[in-house]
Design a protein around this ligand. Structure first.
Ligand SMILES: NC(=O)c1ccc[n+]([C@@H]2O[C@H](COP(=O)([O-])OP(=O)(O)OC[C@H]3O[C@@H](n4cnc5c(N)ncnc54)[C@H](O)[C@@H]3O)[C@@H](O)[C@H]2O)c1
Ligand SMILES: N[C@@H](CCC=O)C(=O)O
Length: 515
């Protein structure tokens, strides 16, 4: 009997005990800063001379940890271990694999604030965003474990008189999991455990900005009873280790989450068949977005302004789901803009360790420079109505920025900025709104704020995004409730946290026996 799945509740930090518990977790993490983390290959801890130094984006001087860095030789060693461990792991009963995820989830739940505190320090996440990231990681463990249990007997097929036909799912082989910095726990853990619970072995290459939280999660999986060699932890350079493993003939699939540029590169390289390769590689690629908040003319403008602001600036706009463009009906454009500007100016930016700060830093110098250059483009493509300034003297802080009166095809309306910048664009009517909403290469999330039932029904048909929301913001999908993933250049149309996600990590086998 599978227990009912429910998502992990978020922590209410207005409760004194919760606030205190989180402060204690921050103290704990602060006392552990600067530790060294090895690679883990087949259970063996390997320390390398070359390191990735993980720093606090809110304070460039502070080292979160130093992580050993894999090269091609170590990637090859990890591949050999993963290939041989697959032969035993694939024979584990699906329930036994699922049990490891339940145990890992229990460990993570017990150490929830500790993990969130690492996300504050290493990822620059404000408390609430960090708490949501950890909750989502717990959800992925709980959800995929149940999905595996549901799928363990395959799907019934017809049998004629005198035969028994069966249709079952079997694992694929070795998967390369490559994760982004922005959900350093949830996405890294979710993509890893989906592959593992489906019976595959994994080489995990986390983002170079956030390897410490990934190292800590790999430890949790080991504590939960995962056999050595099933999860191999190999942080390293995308260009060196990433390319090597994507090209490797023994790689069976790649599960990538990150930018469009890297996703397209992986997709292309994985298509090439190398000597010794006896399959076509599968690629799951979850990529970028240019997500739109669409505001109709008959709405509560306070609610619309608030939905725009929180979708744009949550975690400094560093979400693939971030509402980085607001398309507003001309009748309410000025009012919504004015309210959004007022609200934006009230948001406090600063060290995310301070609960009072709504927004922390962006992840690194490259992100800071890129976002600031888009703000400069914004000055030519529209008017800066709020924000527009940055300060990278201590950490990478950028004010939440609204650029008003931007044309629908302007760069600010088309390109993923991945920072706290939202462009406002005025629309004539509902037809025009739908036209603008669909005018990018992407198709990840979007939301319509409207009280017009006909428009809501039309948007369900016409607004071409993988995650469409009504009368709310466009971020914050919950595992098992709002399966997540986009269309077009947002990826390979997969849905993380959805009922068919594990299938992407398996192949179906038909057996037919004559009686
Ligand atoms: N669609 C989704 O579900 C989703 C979720 C989160 C983030 N994202 C996207 O991720 C991006 C932000 O994350 P990021 O900055 O970490 O992305 P990124 O593409 O820069 O890096 C992602 C990962 O790819 C690795 N990598 C880099 N070059 C590589 C190569 N040649 N081969 C293999 N791996 C390589 C990186 O080291 C990192 O681990 C944004 O575009 C965002 O929209 C999408
Ligand atoms: N699943 C998250 C976004 C993940 C990408 O960054 C959301 O729905 O906001």
């Amino acid at each position: 009997m599978i227990r009912e799945y429910k998502h992990e509740p978020f922590t209410d930090f207005s409760v004194k005990e919760n606030k205190k518990a989180f402060e204690e977790a921050l103290d704990l993490v602060n006392s552990q800063l600067g530790k060294e983390y090895p690679l883990v290959i087949g259970g063996e801890r390997i320390t390398t001379d070359e390191k990735i130094v993980s720093i606090n984006p809110a304070n460039k001087e502070e080292v979160i940890g130093t992580v050993s860095k894999a090269n091609k030789d170590l990637a090859e060693k990890a591949m050999q271990v993963a290939v041989s461990t697959f032969e035993t792991w694939k024979k584990w009963a699906p329930e036994a694999r699922a049990n490891i995820l339940y145990r890992a989830s229990a460990i993570l739940r017990r150490r929830k604030h500790e993990f969130s505190a690492y996300l504050v320090k290493e990822g620059g996440k404000p408390w609430k965003e960090a708490d949501a990231d950890t909750a989502e990681a717990i959800d992925f463990l709980e959800f995929y474990a149940r999905q595996m249990e549901l799928m363990k007997n395959g799907v019934p097929v017809k049998s004629r008189e005198g035969e028994i036909n069966q249709f079952n799912y079997i694992p694929l082989g070795v998967g390369i999991v490559i994760s982004p910095f922005n959900f350093p726990l949830a996405i890294m853990a979710g993509t890893t455990v989906a592959a593992i619970v489906s019976g595959n072995t994994v080489l995990l290459k986390p983002a170079n900005n956030t390897p410490v939280v990934a190292a800590k999660f790999a430890e949790v999986m080991e504590q939960a009873g995962l056999p050595a060699g099933v999860l191999n932890f190999i942080p390293g350079s995308g260009a060196e280790v990433g390319d090597y493993l994507v090209d490797h003939p023994k790689t069976r699939f790649v599960s990538f989450t990150g930018s469009r540029e890297v996703g397209c590169r992986i997709y292309e390289r994985a298509a090439k068949v190398h000597p010794g390769q006896i399959w076509l590689k599968r690629v799951i690629a979850e990529m970028g977005g240019k997500d739109t908040m669409v505001i109709d003319n008959n709405v509560d403008t306070d609610m619309a302004a608030s939905a725009i602001v929180y979708s744009a600036f949550g975690f400094s706009g560093q979400k693939c789901s971030a509402g980085s463009r607001a398309v507003v009906h001309q009748d309410v454009y000025d009012e919504v803009l004015e309210k959004a500007v007022e609200l934006t100016k009230s948001l406090r930016v600063g060290n995310p360790e301070d609960l009072g700060n709504y927004m922390g830093p962006v992840i690194d110098q490259a992100a800071y420079n890129k976002i600031m250059s888009y703000i400069e483009i914004g000055r030519t493509e529209g008017k800066i109505a709020a924000g527009g300034e940055g300060d990278d003297s201590k950490g990478y802080f950028i004010q939440p920025t609204i650029v008003a009166d931007v044309e629908e095809k302007a760069r600010l309306m088309q390109e993923e900025i991945f920072g706290p910048v939202v462009a406002f664009c005025k629309a004539r009517d509902f037809d025009h709104m739908m036209e603008i909403a669909n005018n990018t290469d992407y198709g990840l999330t979007g939301a319509l704020v409207s009280n017009n039932r006909e428009h809501i029904e039309r948007a369900k048909e016409e607004f071409h995004v993988g995650n469409l929301y009504f009368n709310r913001g466009c971020t914050g999908a919950i595992v098992g409730y709002q399966p997540f993933g986009g269309f077009n250049m947002s990826g390979t149309d997969s849905k993380a946290g959805g009922p068919d996600y594990l299938l992407l990590h398996m192949q179906a086998k038909t057996t037919s026996e004559l009686l």
